[in-house]
Design a protein around this ligand. Structure first.
Ligand SMILES: *Cc1c(COP(=O)(O)O)cnc(C)c1O
Ligand code: SF4
Length: 354
């Protein structure tokens, strides 16, 4: 093995060599005129970031490559549909303390960082993710943990971001050791098994194994992401005693057909990761080109039902704009071109189907 090959297996090498500029990307990958233009015009809005590993999964000859479309922008991101807003889930409003969102009586999201291995073009938190200046500061996290200690009714905490596994092992262990005793359910939402599977090292696995049970929520969207490296990452996590489930996003042109999802779900199950949810694309600014209409999403799920083990069927959910929480799309009522959803507290929210 030569030196370069050895380095690619090192997650720190992958992050150091993350592709961040048009200049770097052009040198490695043939871009269309539109992609180049989009990278230039969107530079201020939502940064580019791709690991060499994830870039390696892209098809240079296919503009519709599902990996490419999740990581390289198009000019369509400049379009903001009337329903789209900066913070669609009102996550910054529902913060009892900085850096922690509490929407439900018993659970909370704690943001560790806004750094990711790949910046997904469909990201809900694109308003802040990728901006190092907006990362939670050390003392904010200490205060958030203190807040959790004083709010014992919160028994389910989701470490989120950005990607929590962007933290060093040492820092992560420090936090896990503090939070683990405070809650029953401890989840880590991470896309690293998909975009930087090298991050799952024996050292990290040993740390995770010390604080059971840890629920890992992955984010695989397409079978092209299902590589031997990713399988190995899932295997190591499972062997460390983590319980794995996947949250995918239904994305037009990426995974909006039953066959693609069926293949994805089978691979996940084979790798001990349960397809937990398939999300309707959030109403974040600039992602309407990814959004699949509700009736099509419901049709896809129906189709899956006959051909899949029940274990391979995720719940198709929408996280309601305005911070009203998550509901099953199938519970929505179609009224003309609008859909009405009732959240867990009985509020009714109407959405125009795009
Ligand atoms: C999604 C979410 C949760 C977790 O929801 P589950 O349905 O329990 O998976 C918790 N808090 C917030 C703010 C969320 O957005
Ligand atoms: S990994 Fe998650 S937080 Fe990071 S850009 Fe992708 S969707 Fe957003």
């Amino acid at each position: 093995m030569n030196r370069i090959q050895q380095n690619t297996a090192d997650w720190k090498w992958q992050l150091r060599n993350q592709i961040r500029t048009l200049h770097q990307l052009e040198a490695l990958f043939p871009l269309s005129h539109e992609e180049k233009q989009a990278i230039i015009e969107l530079d201020d809005l939502f940064r580019l970031g791709i690991t060499p590993y994830y870039l390696g999964l892209m098809d240079p000859s296919d503009l519709d490559c599902p990996i490419r479309r999740q990581a390289i922008p198009l000019l369509a991101e400049k379009f903001i549909s009337p329903q789209e807003i900066d913070d669609p889930l009102a996550e910054d409003r529902d913060m009892p303390i900085k850096g922690l969102t509490k929407r439900y009586p018993n659970r909370a999201l704690l943001y560790l960082t806004h750094t990711c291995a790949v910046y997904c073009r469909h990201c809900t938190r694109r308003r802040k993710v990728g901006d190092p200046g907006s990362n939670n500061k050390k003392d904010q996290i200490t205060k958030a943990v203190e807040w959790l200690r004083h709010n014992p009714h919160i028994n389910d905490v989701i470490l989120s971001g950005g990607d929590p596994l962007s933290w060093s092992d040492k820092r992560l262990e420090g936090l896990l050791s503090q939070i683990r005793p405070l809650v029953t359910v401890l989840r880590i939402g991470t896309r690293h098994p998909t975009t930087l599977p090298q991050r799952i090292t024996p050292e990290l696995s040993a740390i995770l194994a010390k604080y059971p049970p840890i629920y890992i929520m992955t984010h695989f969207n397409h079978p092209k992401e299902c590589t031997p490296e990713a399988a190995k990452a899932l295997q190591m996590l499972a062997e460390a005693g983590c319980v794995l489930s996947n949250q995918a996003v239904l994305l037009k042109g990426v995974n909006d057909d039953a066959k693609t999802l069926h293949t994805l779900h089978l691979w996940l199950l084979k790798n001990r990761c349960r397809p937990y949810r398939l999300y309707h694309c959030d109403y974040t600014e600039g992602v309407s080109h990814f959004r699949v209409p509700f009736h099509r999403g419901i049709g896809i799920i129906k189709k899956l039902r006959g051909h899949s083990s029940g274990l391979a069927l995720p719940e198709y959910m929408i996280d309601l704009p305005g911070g009203y929480g998550k509901v099953r799309v199938s519970e929505g009522k179609k009224k003309g071109n609008q859909w009405e959803f009732t959240n867990w507290e009985g509020y009714k929210i109407t959405i125009v189907d795009e």
